[in-house]
Design a protein around this ligand. Sequence first.
Ligand code: HEC
Length: 174
Amino acid sequence: MRTRPASAVATGIVLALAATLAHAGAPQGCTRIADIPPNYAISYGAALQGLFDDYATNGGSAGCVDCHFAPPPMPSGELDLSAGVSWGHLVGVPSAEDPGILYVVPGRPQESLLFRKVNCDTPGAGARMPLDNYGGGLLPEQQALIYDWIANGALPGTSNTVFRDGFEIRGFVP
Ligand code: HEC
């Protein structure tokens, strides 16, 4: 039996790696949040669920839950972000659209589809959220809050950890 030359094996590995990276799809068109002051103490219920319920800053009301609730047969994106169930639907859970990406990887916002979807025009799966800039969209500060919550470990209660060393750059740098 003929063995494959080492160079062919190496080329195969490189191609497989490139295919994996292409599949992950580097996010494009991301909003810069590097200069926004960090949120050190974050309560999931008040801050994150508060945002899912109503993020509008223009006097009206608009929430992710206007689409991501559970009407029959399915919430938008098959993701229900209602109070009481949202955390369990997000943390460590694979995307319905692309099971290769988790919604939230604790400690790793840039790998988390939830952050990419609210921060980037081309998040790697589907469209930017809120869809079609519904309700005016999210302010960069609100995107940064989601980043900070994930970076702090994506806890269901209150996190109060200093995680920045002052040199780390926050978010994607477009
Ligand atoms: C106007 C309706 C609408 C609003 C408002 C909305 N979404 Fe979505 N969302 C959708 C639809 C439709 C999809 C599926 C298509 C897609 O991913 O682009 C989706 C998909 C998603 C997904 C990916 C689901 C998957 O399995 O890949 C995430 C995460 C998400 N939305 C988060 C949010 C968050 C967070 C907000 C609020 C800041 C929000 N959405 C607001 C309609 C909406």
